[in-house]
Design a protein around this ligand. Structure first.
Ligand code: C5P
Length: 202
């Protein structure tokens, strides 16, 4: 039996942290779908055509510290607007969502396009300031040379591009549970997410 938790939201909203913790709590598998677009973005920065790169991804494409950096993030959000890139990644994500034992996927279009039939859909947000602060701390901890202004600009530019694109724009599914983490600790946000999953499993 498959059970899918779909988590969407803007950059640095906390959805990745919640997705990982939920997966650990229930023993589900977790897929950070942003990594797929980042991998395509990195290949584009290395001179490849995005749609071809999306078809050629291997497990090794999901490795490397630079995958998490702001340059690759911007490239990811550019290739993510291309319908050919998105189409190339659909089957893999849907197969992951249906795997036996349960799956949590986080991204931008999981509840709306990839898994509209997911048993649980969460849409995770937080204020721009809080999101920038969290991403800044994360990138500084990785040793990257970034500023608060630069990080804020990066996430605003990506959110604008991700929300405005014609194919699979960032938006909550109609039946998504909204989770604003602006004033929540990780433990509080996770407790809300667990309550939503428990309600769907009851
Ligand atoms: O989640 P993350 O910040 O790693 O995603 C990087 C970029 O990949 C996003 O800004 C977005 O453009 C794209 N993305 C997407 N659909 C997803 C996941 C990520 O378009 N399901």
């Amino acid at each position: 039996m498959s059970f899918t938790v779909a988590i969407d939201g803007p950059a640095a909203s906390g959805k990745g942290t919640i997705a990982k913790a939920l997966a650990a709590h229930y023993g589900f598998a977790h897929l950070d779908t942003g990594l797929l677009y980042r991998a395509v973005g990195r290949r584009m920065l290395n001179g490849e055509r995005p749609a071809e790169a999306a078809l050629a991804l291997t497990a090794e494409d999901l490795e490397g510290e630079d995958l998490r950096g702001p340059d690759v993030a911007q490239a990811a959000s550019k290739v993510a607007a291309l319908p050919g890139v998105r189409a190339a990644l659909v089957d893999f994500q849907r197969a992951f969502a249906r795997r036996a034992g349960g799956a949590v996927l986080d991204g931008r279009d999981i509840g709306t396009v990839i898994c509209p039939e997911a048993q649980v859909k969460l849409y995770v947000t937080a204020s721009d300031d809080v999101r920038a602060g969290r991403r800044l701390a994360e990138l500084l901890a990785r040793g990257l040379d970034v500023t608060r202004e630069g990080v804020l600009e990066d996430i605003r530019a990506r959110d604008a591009r991700d929300s405005a694109r014609a194919t699979a724009p960032l938006r909550p599914a109609e039946d998504a549970v909204l989770l604003d983490t602006t004033t929540l600790s990780i433990a509080e946000a996770l407790a809300d997410a667990i309550a939503a999953v428990d309600a769907a499993r009851a």
